[in-house]
Structure formats: structure tokens, C-alpha cells
Design a protein. Structure first.
Length: 230
């Protein structure tokens, strides 16, 4: 998969400002299924795509977390309100899935290293059931002081409401939080709330669009955050 250098400062991160961390879930903590990616790749007409593996991975991610994909699409075409209403309806009415989640390699060790150094929050567009199932599957709940899901605040990402709610619950000013996510939706939510932002390339987002939305730093994968915070 074509990537740039793993650590690319777009704007300098002010480490001294960071008092708390906010993490997206899909594509940031939760990984895609490489087995399904291989199956999709097998059926793709590879001559049509410059990077077939990248396309296959994005397709699998879309299938595993359609809400994130829909939010990203809505963010591009300016239909945030309408798409959020659709996603909220789907969250309330879809059946519970038995599918097991996957963890971005190294995330558990990252959270273990950061635990106790910063208050940490999950800020997810997923519904509460899906968010908690993921966190409980990998015993990650213990690392987070606050868990914000798609329906916790009046509006979900890309609005600042869930980030502001997480900051309030952690008793930290929004400008002293760092929002970590893989999509323009995460970057917009963080910027609107006044946080610094880190874009990760292990999920849905692409480097050019994360740059365009003003991510303060772009890293190859979430576990590289430990190097950013040194």
C-alpha cells in the first residue's frame, strides 16, 4: 500500500498543551479483516486499479463499518445532518452482529503505555452496543476514563459535540485535548472543538484529505502515537 513517511508533521504539535487524548474507534483502534481483504482482492479486476490491495481494504472497511464510510462521504458532499439521521436510525434498528472485531496491531500496548499518563476517551460514531462489544472483546475498557458513542451527544462527528462532551467529562479544556482519528470526520470534529488533531493512515482516510482538513500530524498507524508524544 502506497504510503508516505510514517511521521509527517503538517503543523507542529504543541506537546505541552496536551492533557488528554480522544480516540476514534473504526480504523483507529479497530482494524479491518485481512482475510476478507484477501478474498475481495482475489475477485477484483486488478488491472483497473493502481493499488488493488488498497481498494480491497477500503471495501472491506466499508462493509464492516458502513456508518464511518457514509459519514466520510457525507462530509465530502455537505450532507452531514441528513446522513447522521440515517446512521442514527440504522444504529437503533439493525440487528446485533456476532462478528468478532479485530484490533489494530500494537494498539493494546500503546494504550497500556499511555494509561495513567493522560485521561483518555473513546469518541466513536458507532452505537453504544458495537463500541462496548469491541472494547470488551479486547479488555480495553479499563484504559478509558470516558466512552462517547454516536448517540451520547446531541450531534455526532463531524460536529464538535462528542469531543466537547468527552473533554467536559474528563475535566479538561478542549484546547488541551488531542483528537486521534482516521477520517476527515474525526479531524473536523476535533478542529471544531478546538483540539489538536492526529490523522492515522491505518483506517478509512487518505493522506491528502487529512492534510486538507488540517490534521496537525499524520502518522502511519495509531501505535506510532507514542513517538509523537515523546
Amino acid at each position: 500500500m502506497a504510503r508516505s513517511l510514517w511521521y509527517n508533521c503538517v503543523m507542529p504539535i504543541e506537546i505541552s498543551r496536551i492533557k488528554a487524548l480522544c480516540f476514534d474507534v473504526d480504523g483507529t483502534l479497530s482494524d479491518t479483516d485481512d482475510l476478507y481483504t484477501e478474498k475481495v482482492l482475489h475477485f477484483l479486476p486488478q488491472f483497473l486499479f493502481k493499488d488493488p490491495e488498497h481498494v480491497a481494504r477500503r471495501f472491506v472497511m466499508w462493509m464492516e463499518a458502513p456508518g464511518n464510510a457514509l459519514l466520510g462521504f457525507a462530509d465530502r458532499i455537505g450532507l452531514d445532518d441528513e446522513m447522521i439521521a440515517v446512521i442514527n436510525w440504522l444504529s437503533l434498528h439493525r440487528k446485533q452482529s456476532d462478528k468478532k472485531f479485530l484490533l489494530v496491531p500494537g494498539v493494546d500496548e500503546l494504550l497500556k503505555q499511555l494509561h495513567g499518563k493522560y485521561p483518555m476517551a473513546v469518541v466513536s460514531a458507532r452505537d453504544e452496543r458495537g463500541t462496548m462489544r469491541f472494547l470488551e472483546q479486547f479488555d480495553l475498557v479499563k484504559y478509558f476514563d470516558v466512552i462517547i458513542t454516536g448517540l451520547s451527544a446531541e450531534h455526532t462527528k463531524p460536529y464538535p459535540d462528542p469531543v466537547l462532551l468527552a473533554a467536559k467529562k474528563m475535566n479538561v479544556a478542549p484546547e488541551n485535548c488531542l483528537m486521534i482519528g482516521d477520517t476527515t470526520v474525526d479531524i473536523r470534529a476535533g478542529k471544531s472543538a478546538g483540539t489538536q488533531t492526529v490523522g492515522v493512515l491505518c483506517g478509512f482516510g487518505e493522506e491528502p484529505e487529512l492534510r486538507r482538513l488540517g490534521a496537525d500530524t499524520i502518522i502511519e498507524s495509531t501505535p506510532k502515537l507514542v513517538d509523537v508524544l515523546k
